[in-house]
Structures are given as C-alpha cells and as structure tokens.
Design a binder for this molecule. Structure first.
Ligand code: ADP
Ligand code: MG
Length: 228
C-alpha cells in the first residue's frame, strides 16, 4: 500500500522535439515509511512528485494508489483523489500571510464546506502533535522557518492522506532544523502509516530515511548513495 509508478515516461516540449523528464521510471513508496528521492537539479525529482501526486498525467506507464490503478482516471477524479488521499508540502511553505497557523489548516477544508468545529479541533491537535501547541494563533511572520515548515506539514496531513509528498522541505533551513524536520517526517510516516515521499538535496539526513532513490536525467536508481 502506498504509491507506485511503473514504467512511467513523462515528456515536455523541448524546441521541436520532446525531452524525457521521467524516462521509464519504476518507483514505490510504501505506507509507514519515509522514502527519499535525491539527485541533481533538473534531474526530474519534482516531475516524479507531480506524477505521484496526480498533478500531471504521464505519457505512458502506470500510477497505482493504495493498490488501485488510477492511470486512466479523469481530471475530475484525480482532483478528488488528491483532495481525499494525498497531502502536499512544497519547498516554500506557501502559507498565507494573513492567516494564523490554525487557519492555514482550515483554509483548504473551508472550500469543502464541511463542519468547521470538527476541523478546527483536528487542526489544533495536529499542530500540537507537531510541537506547535504554543503557536496556534500565530501568523507566518511570527514563526521561524522551521515552525512554518511544520505548519505546512500539518496542513498536508489534515485529510489523513495515504501519501504525503514533500518537495525539498529543508532547503531554507539550517542543519539542525533540517534534521528535526526530516526526523519528524520519519516519525509521521511510522506513526500514522503514511507513505511519505521526500525530495531532498540534503544527503546529510539520509540516515533518517527508510528507503532511498536517486534520480539522474530522468532515470531512477534505487538504493542509498554509496558515498553515505
Ligand atoms: P528537479 O526537480 O530534479 O530539479 P524537474 O522535475 O523540475 O527536476 O525538471 C526535470 C526536467 O524537466 C528539467 O530539465 C526541467 O527543465 C524540465 N521541466 C520541468 N518542468 C517543465 C515544464 N513545465 N515544461 C518544460 N520543461 C520542464
Ligand atoms: Mg525540483
């Protein structure tokens, strides 16, 4: 259970031709594990997340979410799957400047017209679980970079996703805070049975992850880099 890509090819226009951002990629991230994807800039890591996150349909290959082949799903079905089954945390935490930490988590659920009080309780519990119990009503400018990233992670967990996709969560953080964010992602994967997929440049934290893959020019190799 988790997310699987099989023989996935994704191309982008490149002048008169097309370039392969994902070149026959096989990838699995299991629930209950933190899976890292490393590799140089431009190698296709964000493209992999976009396909795994059902944001981009591949040219060919299969995408399987918790055992269900979702490759042929319509755009509307993918939107529903994303909302109900997937969580996203991006490089910049993308918090709205005017909202408190709690409101950041509710901003998405408001759109769904569901009961606010239940969601407010869940938002507060999640933030507290992530060590932000003293910051529920703070706005982004009142939080540190690490705290903002934890708010974004809490927001990604609001819908209790099967898969949490995290793109370069530590790129704006110092060594110490980076390590704490990666340790937190590992704990969340283990404790909540989520498949956490983390794209990272940060090889120094790979001892905290369960599985590792390396991307080069659109091709994925599995296993930890030997230089660790
Ligand atoms: P990474 O996240 O590893 O830096 P990306 O997945 O963002 O890599 O990009 C992989 C390749 O695809 C790069 O060569 C990039 O320039 C290209 N690319 C990414 N997105 C697009 C797009 N929307 N249109 C055209 N080319 C793209
Ligand atoms: Mg990227």
């Amino acid at each position: 259970m988790g997310i699987t890509l099989r023989n996935v090819v994704l191309t982008y226009p490149d002048g008169d031709a097309r370039m392969r951002a994902l070149d026959d990629v096989d990838f699995t991230a299991e629930r209950g594990r933190l899976t890292a994807v490393t590799g140089p800039s431009g190698s296709g890591k964000s493209s992999l997340l976009a396909v795994a996150g059902l944001l981009t349909a591949p040219d060919s290959g299969l995408v399987v979410l918790d055992g269900t082949d979702v490759t042929e799903s319509t755009r509307a079905q993918r939107t529903t799957l994303r909302r109900e089954r997937l969580g996203f945390v991006f490089q910049q935490s993308n918090l709205l400047p005017s909202l408190t930490a709690t409101e950041q988590l509710l901003a998405i659920t408001h759109l769904r017209g569901e009961r606010v009080r239940v969601h407010r309780d869940r938002a507060r519990t999640l933030l507290t679980d992530l060590g932000l119990g003293g910051h529920l009503d703070k706005r982004p400018h009142q939080l540190s970079g690490g705290q903002r990233q934890r708010v974004a992670i809490a927001r990604g967990l609001m819908n209790d996703p099967a898969v949490l996709l995290v793109d370069e969560p530590t790129s704006a953080l110092d060594e110490d805070r980076s390590r704490r964010v990666v340790a937190l992602l590992a704990d969340l994967a283990h404790d909540r049975n989520v498949a956490v997929v983390m794209v990272t440049h940060d090889l120094g934290q790979l001892d905290l992850v369960d599985d590792c893959h390396e991307m080069h020019s659109g091709r994925l190799t599995s296993g930890f880099p030997t230089r660790l």
